[in-house]
Ligand binder design. Structure first.
Ligand SMILES: *Cc1c(COP(=O)(O)O)cnc(C)c1O
Length: 370
């Protein structure tokens, strides 16, 4: 039987072993591990790519969000609006920055719905945190209008959207700051944890540098209560190496999304993500391929029986549905979505034949009359 894991961690990096060994030798040979040249080099390449002034490598995207929110000056009692269809890391970062997360609904493309943002604004709202989910960028024109109208900051959780564009502009570069994750399964992943914060604002960048490294300035003087959240030099070097071919990764992912679209468009039991060329304002990078499916749970079992790994994002619940977190919010669109959403495999280990096999399996499920 064909075996297609949802994400094959071994295969994802097997083609990079020689590069990685070379980087390891070099790094160990120089004994240069913390905040060395490779970090700055990777930051520079990313900043050039995104067309943004400052990139600051940090330990992971959760820290990136906490630091960005703290540097933005949030205070206790401040409310920050984020979608509930996100990793718990987004609202957790808001909590750890001392503010209160307010979770809102998503739209048909599974991303934060601007109307839902409007409905959640109170006198205490300070910021909006759109989540650029599944490699797609939210409707940033409308979100910017809302932010302007109510005097709110925008800080993006663009963990899943490196390289994604909206009207020619990269995810992560719209608001006061954007944040990225280099977790191994992310579109640009390292061999452990990694993250980055990007901003055009000099004062934000200054503070973020301080927070990243124990609050110490260039002279070693401690000027605020900081954290230890440095991107490892060795991970930065790995990332920089892979970043050289990053555009080919995006092209391949868009090609795979096109293949899914072509082979599944006429299957009436599923709703597909927007097709790669369906919107000239957007370049989606397909970090995930999240479909909606009738009889989702049975489809998932059916696919599993055929050797195909799938996942429901966030362990099967939107954040407000985790009872221990104490939300009493009702979000109808998100709740309905979580009975239907399913991620098909979408990664660089897949062949065209794998995608055909997956599509045949999905089609087979609905043809046999469920
Ligand atoms: C992966 C992810 C995060 C967390 O990133 P880490 O680097 O693991 O901290 C946050 N938000 C979203 C949307 C993610 O997908």
């Amino acid at each position: 039987m064909h075996k297609i894991p949802f994400f094959d961690y071994q295969r994802a990096f097997s083609g990079w072993v020689d590069d990685f060994v070379e980087i390891l030798r070099d790094t160990i040979g120089r004994g240069a591990f913390i905040l060395q040249a490779a970090v700055q080099e990777f930051e520079d390449h990313l900043s050039e790519y995104l067309g943004i002034k400052h990139v600051i490598g940090v330990a992971n995207c959760t820290d990136a969000m906490i630091i960005a929110l703290r540097a933005a000056g949030l205070e206790p009692g401040d409310e920050v609006i984020s979608p509930s269809h996100t990793m718990v890391a987004t609202p957790a970062a808001i909590v750890h920055a001392g503010a209160t997360p307010v979770l809102v609904d998503c739209g048909p493309d599974h991303l934060i719905a601007p109307d839902s943002i409007r409905g959640a604004i109170t006198s205490r709202t300070r910021a909006i945190m759109p989540v650029q989910l599944n490699g797609r960028t939210a409707d940033m024109d409308t979100i910017q209008k809302i932010a302007d109208q109510y005097g709110l900051l925008i800080i993006e959780d663009s963990a899943q959207a490196l390289g994604s564009k909206y009207k020619g502009r990269y995810a992560g570069t719209f608001g006061l700051a954007g944040t990225f994750s280099f977790y191994p399964a992310k579109i640009l992943g390292c061999l452990g944890d990694g993250g980055a914060i990007v901003t055009d604002d000099d004062e934000m960048a200054r503070k973020i540098h301080l927070y990243r490294d124990h609050g110490r300035d260039e002279n070693g003087e401690v000027v605020l209560w900081g954290l230890n959240s440095r991107l490892d030099t060795i991970q930065a070097a790995f990332l920089d190496r892979q970043f050289q071919v990053f555009e080919t990764v995006i092209s391949r992912r868009r090609e795979m999304a096109g293949a899914f679209q072509e082979q599944l468009a006429d299957v009436s039991g599923v709703v597909l993500p927007p097709a790669p060329d369906s919107d000239h304002n957007r370049r989606d990078v397909y970090q995930n391929y999240e479909i909606e499916a009738e009889n989702r749970d049975d489809l998932q079992i059916w696919l599993s029986d055929m050797g195909i790994g799938t996942m429901i994002q966030w362990g099967g619940k939107a954040v407000h549905q985790y009872r221990a977190l104490g939300f009493d919010t009702v979000l109808p669109a998100t709740e309905q979505l979580f009975e239907r959403c399913l991620m098909l495999p979408m990664n660089m280990s897949l062949s065209d034949e794998d995608i055909e096999y997956i599509c045949e399996a999905v089609r087979g499920f609905y043809v046999r009359g469920m």
